[in-house]
Design a protein around this ligand. Structure first.
Ligand SMILES: Nc1ncnc2c1ncn2[C@@H]1O[C@H](COP(=O)(O)OP(=O)(O)O)[C@@H](O)[C@H]1O
Ligand SMILES: [Mg+2]
Length: 250
């Protein structure tokens, strides 16, 4: 569904991506592992065109998206849901307003259809619309805010959802819930997901395919079993969190 071919990206003098090759398979959940500051969020931002590569090709369903103009990119972005690390809700709007916002931006619905959709998406993420719609983000726990963020992402009926560290800083119950949501969306709707996570145990519950980013390249990629059994030392150190001293970093 998404393909990276030899993507390079520098910020100033520092080259963060040094030739990334990556394939995101439709209808599956792909997990991207990597050390903090290694460039995982940078990869995700390239998928939605928030960043442009210095070289290489990015395609979405076979269509190049790295060199298209803003209006074409806007059309692609409607299909790609992006759950930000923080949840990124509007503090000045109640929960109803937060979920309604992208729907009103992108879709023409009657007031009744709009309310139905808001209620449907909040229910999907395990929140009671009657209780939460009139609350403000500051009145919710971090876990509930994350659920609202997911409801807002789902409201646009995306073809693919990108999760950037969706469980970081969350309690175990909410972490587990997010993991289950990722699996349910795949199993019940055929959703494609990309998951960046430090939470190795949760990721192994959710993922079909795995990729390890290290020193600016994908050093290993494959299905769960093959990945877990990879002879690559970086992979083994990462998934077993073995502290055999720091791995040489470029
Ligand atoms: N817009 C930017 N300008 C300058 N440096 C950036 C920018 N975005 C990311 N970086 C740097 O690139 C590196 C990779 O960042 P990031 O993709 O956020 O890593 P990760 O998500 O794997 O923790 C970091 O050193 C970060 O400081
Ligand atoms: Mg990041």
């Amino acid at each position: 569904m998404i393909r990276f071919e030899n993507i390079t990206k520098s910020f100033g003098k520092r080259q963060i991506l040094r030739g990334v090759n990556l394939e995101i398979e439709q209808g599956k959940t792909t997990v991207i592992f990597g050390v903090s500051g290694g460039g995982k969020s940078t990869i995700i931002k390239h998928m939605v065109g928030l960043l442009k590569p210095d070289s290489g090709i990015i395609s979405y369903k076979g269509m190049r998206i790295d060199n298209i103009d803003e209006s074409a990119l806007r059309e692609i972005r409607k299909k790609i849901g992006f759950l930000f690390q923080s949840g990124a809700l509007f503090d000045s709007m109640d929960i109803r307003g937060n979920v309604a916002f992208p729907i009103i931006e992108h879709q023409k619905l009657t007031p009744k259809e709009l309310e139905y959709k808001i209620d449907e998406k909040l229910t999907m993420v395990g929140l009671d619309p009657k209780i939460v719609k009139s609350l403000y983000p500051e009145e919710l726990s971090g876990g509930m805010r994350k659920r609202v963020g997911l409801a807002r992402t789902l409201a646009l009926e995306p073809e693919i959802i990108l999760y950037d560290e969706p469980t970081s800083g969350l309690d175990p119950v909410t972490s587990d819930f997010i993991t289950q949501m990722i699996c349910r969306l795949r199993d019940e709707m055929g959703m494609t997901s990309v998951l960046i996570s430090h939470d190795i145990a949760e990721s192994f519950k959710a993922g079909d395919n795995y990729a390890m980013l290290f020193d600016g390249v994908i050093v290993e990629a494959g299905g769960k079993e093959a990945f877990q059994n990879s002879p690559n030392e970086v992979v083994q150190q990462f998934i077993h969190a073995r502290s055999t001293g720091p791995i040489a970093f470029h």
